[in-house]
Write a protein that binds this ligand. Sequence first.
Ligand code: PLP
Length: 379
Amino acid sequence: MRRLAEIPESFFRPALADVVPYEPGKPIETVQRELGLARVVKLASNEGPFGPVPAALEALHRAIGDLNRYPDGGAYRLRAALAERFGLDLAEIAIGSGADGVIGQLAAAVIDPGDEIVCGWPSFPSYVIDTKLRGGSPRLVPLRDGVYDLEGVLAAIGPRTKVVYLCYPNNPTGTINAAVDLDRYFAAVPEPVLTVLDQAYFEYVDDPDYVDGVERYLKTGHRVLVLRTFSKIYGLAGMRVGYGLGSASLIRELGKVRRAVDTTLAGQEAAIASLGPESDAEIARRARLCAEGRARLGEILCENGFAPLPGVANFLFAQAPCDAAALNDALLREGVIIRPMGAFGAPGAIRVTVGAPDELDFFAAALPRALERVAAIGP
Ligand SMILES: Cc1ncc(COP(=O)(O)O)c(C=O)c1O
């Protein structure tokens, strides 16, 4: 007989009461097992379709024998490699368990109960969740035509605003603001506010109007934390390594709230190896393939009655021409995991990640069947 002590919600911090935990995309194995499918393609979590680059795989093999050791909590070698790449000092680089880990560190370092953050909406849910967990209040500024409304963001800044999150490109819409508008924002944002420029998808973007936040804003004295990650084009989402680039005074405070060993030894080694010069050609190849795949994905969606937004990263967002939850369900039965956008604040929409060419073939075949299935069920 087992009887575990239940603990009522009132025992926990009130700030947790209206927090809805982030729900990741469904794992392939779960869908395969639950629906008994031979093949399942996951286009749900904006992961890269390719694994770690060859040098990272070799580093991972080498690291396996050392896993009895704790990693370097300060991630010295990884920060040194990043410092060299970006022309920054070691003290200007924070490492986290994914870029998400850095978002959590920032909330822990700056948000007191009653403090506010401003971000566009729909956007990356962690900005909101981590703020609420600290007792802070997110001010959500609706996107305008699917793009961050920077004037609206500036107007939403109040006396308690500590952080503005600009998701660039925005997840889930994949859109970017024009450089001139971003420049105008940085010229206008009031002094006490820290802007987080989230560039998780930086390496994928080939739009000529897309700017490098490190060169354009960080190195020119703006109060900004630029986020990047190894989870996307580097194919290391499962390793959980991301980073933030900012002034030493900011990074020092993030270091105080970071857990002592936040990233894994294998993750650090794989990330360091990914930055080697021999990886650059592979990363460029992946960016090219992504651009081709994004165009193809756009065609597939348009042919099936969707009007995707002009995304520039490795995913596209569109209002569904039918019930989005039903479409998600029908696609799961076809063996395709996409992301319905309810949790991101856009219940009628879907987001589809650019997969490898054969995954897009699979999606192209599955989508019309799924739409038929939804139509057959009716509203
Ligand atoms: C905009 C944005 N920021 C941050 C992240 C977090 O990435 P990670 O924690 O895997 O580095 C994601 C992941 O999807 C994202 O879309």
